[in-house]
Design a protein around this ligand. Structure first.
Ligand SMILES: O=C(CO)COP(=O)(O)O
Length: 255
């Protein structure tokens, strides 16, 4: 079976549409950052598409702009997708409006949204992970297995799913999972897929890590055998995102 291609997603989350007005406003970046990071990405020398799949996920208001400007070897994803054809659901975006996008990043109602996105021909990045309380009480594996089970019960084909392990306590906190912690959960998830879905799905499904990944910690995490890439928040709006993409070479050089 072909090795799993390294996957790096940049989740731009809630980007401000205007420059920050004071040092007390801190978030994932501004509309200006969006333009800058697209330029940085377009000019970056990164491993080829055979080695790494790169997807960036801007807020809806920037989707068309980014799609129009971004290099063609990087894909653009929506951050969410409504679970039905339409209807009066304030703030939800229906699949039809996402026609041109490859993937969806999903945080809530994970199983329903994954199933619906796949049924509509989208690829899905499905996010799972435990809270700090759950980790401290020793239930991490039970929690992520239950979240994965909920997805597995609703889908029959995993080809277009990337599973993102995002411990809640590591998201946007600067507290990254250690490589050993990430590997332990990814290995557990792969074993879960092996026993509960199929050995082939376990072997081929990319399990990526998200939570305070940056240019400095990405290489060591990427070196873990079951870490198949990253879903990056804050650092995906910075030039160091290019270093995170380049962490893919850790895999290709050890293959
Ligand atoms: O939630 C994340 C990506 O979806 C991770 O965010 P950070 O990289 O900012 O911790």
């Amino acid at each position: 079976m072909a090795p799993r291609k390294f996957f790096v997603g940049g989740n731009w989350k809630c980007v401000n549409t205007r420059p920050l007005q004071s040092r007390f406003e801190s978030d994932n970046g501004t509309g200006e950052d969006v333009k800058k990071i697209v330029t940085v990405l377009n000019e970056a020398e990164v491993p080829s598409e055979d080695v790494v799949e790169v997807v960036v996920s801007p807020p809806y208001v920037f989707l068309a702009q980014v799609k129009g400007l971004l290099r063609l070897d990087f894909a653009v994803a929506a951050q969410n997708c409504w679970v039905r054809k339409g209807g009066a659901f304030t703030g939800e975006i229906r699949r039809l409006l996402l026609r041109q996008n490859h993937c969806v990043v999903i945080f809530e109602f994970v199983a329903d949204k994954v199933a619906y996105a796949l049924s509509q021909g989208l690829k899905a990045i499905a996010c799972i992970g435990e809270t700090l309380e759950q980790r401290e009480s020793g239930t991490t594996m039970d929690v992520v297995a239950a979240q994965t089970k909920a997805i597995a019960e609703k889908i029959s084909d995993w080809t277009n799913v990337v599973l993102a392990y995002e411990p809640v306590w590591a998201i946007g906190t600067g507290k990254v999972a250690t490589p050993a912690q990430a590997q332990e959960v990814h290995d557990g998830l792969r074993k879960w897929l092996h026993s509960n879905v199929s050995p082939a799905v376990a072997e081929s499904t990319r399990i990526i890590y998200g939570g305070s990944v940056n240019g400095a910690n990405s290489k060591e995490l990427a070196a873990q055998p079951d870490v198949d890439g990253f879903l990056v928040g804050g650092a995906s709006l910075k030039p160091e995102f290019v270093d995170i993409i380049k962490a893919a070479t850790v895999k290709s050089s050890s293959a």
